[in-house]
Design a binder for this molecule. Structure first.
Ligand code: PHE
Length: 457
């Protein structure tokens, strides 16, 4: 196993930027607004806040403590807790491997769409343009029938940037990149939201998003959605935070950092909700329909609805598009860096490879698979399969396994609590053990069961 001294973050702010960079991603911009809208609007904020406080931040603290205590990436850290637990770490590495492959593709599309926003490439048919002209996607799943260079080149670019940053290392690569990207993202996104708020119909959009449906709070699926969003959004259960925390100095404020990262991520998410729904309000008003008719999430929101909004804007459309797609690209990039680092550092720590070897070998494989799969006419079909597998089972299962093994079987929560309290500003009380030992695993189990049940019926 590698015996070189472990790399370290240069500053606390650097670690925080990287942790926030990982958390703030596509999920904040294109997932949260719609999930909130669908699950009670203004009334969703309460379950969401409860989920943040009872699962999000406590789990962040747990992952930070594990990484900080054992100073290794996820599989090796878990192995140091108990040999068989290493398997949970490799499961997380596998999830990161899969996510990285398609996250890269979406970032590359965003990069292309920055350019298309200026040229107005989609004309008056964003839907036909995206699936047909741009991705040249085949109608049905099946054999590989072709490869689209116009989609491949930006993707190659994304991977070159990501691998170069990782090759520079934790302090000179990941930390420096996040220190530039995160403030830049904040500025771009704020300008975007301000522009969105000036549009005709913005208020209708905000009304649609925030009007509370209090009955929603009695609906179990709304609570499941809130916990699901917090998990995905804070990148919990992927081993990312274990990995990032393993580069902290001995003296590190774990609980304080978890609070900052948790609230920063949620603030960004709320801001994205305001921006996206203001824009959707404009879209609905321009088309003379209700916001209900145009509200969507994911690829449909980013690559179909937003292009339409950009085309409809009386002026400033190109600027709006550039701001939106640049935000998406940057938010995605800083998340992608963190996911790939999980895989790279796991192999580095466990096999004893040097950083560069690991980046180019492991990162290179991920990049290659991504570049081979996504620009084919079948790319989008794979994305659907991945997405389903990861969201429904991957993450929840990993987080649940961690809590069952470390909390119930090995009874290590008191030890991690003690560890966090030795170094942190905010002391963890007994509530932390109660939450992670009781409430969260039960909820996660319920979520698993719920998705299995809907799958089978
Ligand atoms: N947290 C990211 C988001 O909100 C998603 C993500 C999940 C990123 C897992 C990395 C790993 O978009």
């Amino acid at each position: 196993m590698a015996q070189q001294p472990r790399e370290q973050w240069g500053t606390r702010a650097g670690f925080l930027m990287a942790a926030i960079g990982s958390a703030v991603g596509l999920g904040n911009i294109w997932r949260f607004p719609y999930i909130a809208y669908e699950n009670g609007g203004g009334a969703f904020m309460l379950p969401y806040l409860v989920a943040l406080l009872t699962a999000g931040i406590p789990l962040l603290i747990l992952e930070y403590s594990i990484g900080h205590r054992y100073r290794s990436s996820a599989p090796l850290s878990y192995r140091r807790i108990s040999r068989p637990a290493e398997a949970i770490g490799w499961w997380q590495v596998a999830i990161c491997f899969v996510i990285a492959i398609f996250y890269g593709a979406i970032i590359a599309w965003s990069a292309s769409y920055i350019y298309f926003s200026v040229t107005g490439a989609w004309g008056d048919d964003p839907n036909g343009f995206f699936f047909g002209d741009y991705l040249q996607m085949s109608e049905t799943p099946g054999g590989i029938t072709g490869y689209v260079p116009a989609v491949a080149w930006p993707l190659v670019g994304v991977w070159v940037v990501v691998l170069a940053i990782l090759a520079l290392g934790v302090r000179n690569g990941i930390e420096k990149a996040n220190k530039v990207f995160i403030p830049l993202l904040a500025v771009l996104f704020l300008v975007l939201v301000v522009q969105a708020l000036t549009l005709d119909g913005a208020v209708a959009g905000l009304d649609a998003l925030f009007t509370p449906d209090w009955n929603a709070m009695l609906d179990g699926s709304v609570w499941v959605a809130a916990y699901g969003q917090i998990f995905f959004s804070l990148s919990i259960g992927f081993g990312i935070m274990v990995t990032y925390a393993s580069y902290l100095k001995r003296k590190a404020d774990l609980t304080g950092s978890a609070m900052v990262a948790g609230f920063a991520n949620s603030s960004f998410e709320l801001l994205a909700g305001i921006g996206v729904f203001a824009a959707l309000g404009f879209m609905a008003t321009a088309a003379g329909t209700a916001v209900d008719e145009v509200a969507t999430s994911g690829i449909g929101l980013a690559f179909i609805a937003f292009p339409q909004i950009i085309s409809t804007l009386p002026f400033g459309g190109a600027l709006f598009g550039v701001l939106f797609f640049a935000s998406l690209m940057i938010a995605g990039l800083t998340s992608l860096i963190s996911i790939v680092q999980v895989v790279v550092s796991a192999v580095q720590d466990r096999v004893g490879l040097g950083r560069l070897q690991s980046v180019f070998l492991v990162g290179g494989i991920i990049a290659l698979v991504s570049i081979l799969i996504f620009p084919t006419h079948q790319g989008l079909h794979y994305l659907d399969v991945f997405d389903h597998f990861i969201n429904q089972y991957g993450i929840v299962l990993a987080a649940l396994a961690m809590l069952i093994v470390f909390g119930w079987v090995l009874r290590r929560l008191p030890m991690f609590q003690k560890h966090a309290n030795e170094v942190s500003s905010i002391r963890l009380g007994t509530w932390w053990k109660v939450v992670l030992g009781g409430i969260t695993p039960v909820l996660l189990g319920f979520m698993m069961w719920d998705s299995l049940r809907t799958e089978l019926t």
